[in-house]
Design a protein. Structure first.
Length: 381
């Protein structure tokens, strides 16, 4: 019997009872009057049930006790989930192939099972910008830098007898000029990518800015100074004082002598710059008893030699080293801030829905005191 038929039967029966009770109540029967109140209460409950049933029917739902299972629900309901077997039976037929999550993943861009997206981006590691951190930076107000370099001074101060002439000290300066170099790069992304992946675009902006500083960090050592390049410590011969190791000298002997050379010029060395491969070789040096000389594997790395920090840089060739007073020997001129700019007005960006992201800065290095920078090989013949 369907739900509407049941409702009609109950309603019809209740109406008959109400008629009989009302007739008896009209005759003054006390029991009939009490029964009439009970019937009225039942009538109210029936109307409430009818309203709820109508709402369920309008929503297309079934009563909880009559809710039907889907084909997949029927299959799962008939499975014994305590067993390891993945086969199940539908209408007496066994499924011959299990449904595996590995065949429905989204690693290739398709599949029914969506992959979990990590909120992290596997970015490339950044190189430490320690050279820049140790150099005095001064804002520039022009597109070129003129400076006076002391190239040769002989101090001849001496004690003299009364009436005798004082010795002459000779200064040798040279006026130099350098252009402000522009260091920068650009990339393009689509407008859709910018809107759909703002976190990645922010990462690109940061990486673009870092890329400029990374190139500058390298060119401060190896730049040749020719237009439009940076004038580097090593790339320009006039920016450092050459060092030649004595026969048989090893790395620690040479580094100590290079430090002494800076000190002899009355400057204060504050850094050693070496290739990372050479620093690793230093850490692995052992004495005749097999003990490490420069490092203790149990306490971690201590990148220092003779009390000075060692800066690792790929711009220094293997087998070479530089010892310098970076605070006093040089100046890094910065013509404006390093910026990141975004524009659609680049080529055919507008018609292709592309955006150009550009990052650049303008810099130049002047080495006023080349005697405070010692550079050369550290291993003697």
């Amino acid at each position: 019997m369907t739900t509407p038929t049941i409702e009609q039967t109950v309603a019809s029966t209740l109406e008959n009872i109400k008629s009989q009770v009302s007739a008896a109540a009209d005759k003054g029967s006390k029991e009939a009057l009490e029964l009439k109140g009970t019937v009225a209460n039942l009538d109210g409950q029936l109307k409430t049930m009818q309203t709820e049933m109508n709402e369920l029917q309008q929503k297309g739902q079934r009563a909880p006790t009559e809710q039907a299972l889907s084909l997949g629900g029927t299959a799962v309901a008939g499975m014994d989930l305590t067993q390891k077997s993945t086969a199940f039976t539908i209408e007496g037929k066994a499924a011959v192939s299990p449904i595996l999550a590995t065949t429905h993943n989204s690693s290739g861009g398709t599949g029914a099972v969506a992959g979990q997206r990590s909120d992290k981006v596997a970015a490339i590691a950044n190189e430490a910008l320690t050279i820049i951190d140790l150099i005095t930076v001064i804002p520039s107000t022009s597109s070129s830098i003129e400076y006076v370099q002391e190239v040769g001074t002989v101090m001849n101060a001496a004690a003299v007898a009364e009436g005798s002439a004082l010795p002459e000290t000779k200064f040798d300066f040279k006026l130099k000029a350098l252009h402000i170099a522009t260091v920068g790069h650009f990339t393009r992304v689509s407008k859709q990518f910018r809107n759909d992946a703002p976190a990645l675009v922010a990462l690109i902006d940061t990486r673009m800015l870092f890329g400029v500083r990374q190139k500058l960090n390298s060119d401060l050592i190896s730049g040749d100074g020719e237009m439009p390049n940076i004038s580097g410590f090593v790339g320009v011969v006039a920016n450092h004082t050459a060092y030649s190791p004595a026969a048989g000298d090893e790395v620690f002997e040479s580094l100590r002598k290079m430090i002494a050379a800076v000190e002899d010029a009355e400057y204060f060395p504050n850094a050693i710059i070496m290739n990372s491969a050479d620093v690793a070789a230093m850490d692995l040096l052992k004495d005749t008893a097999g003990n490490f000389i420069a490092a203790d594997p149990r306490t971690g790395l201590n990148a220092r030699a003779w009390g000075l920090p060692i800066i690792k840089s790929k711009a220094i060739p293997a087998g070479k080293a530089m010892v310098a007073d970076l605070t006093n020997a040089c100046t890094l001129w910065d013509r404006g801030e390093t910026t990141v700019e975004v524009s659609e007005s680049d080529g055919d960006n507008f018609t292709k829905n592309l955006i150009t992201i550009k990052s650049d800065g303008r810099f130049q290095l002047t080495v006023e005191l080349p005697k405070a920078v010692i550079y050369g090989s550290f291993k003697g013949a």
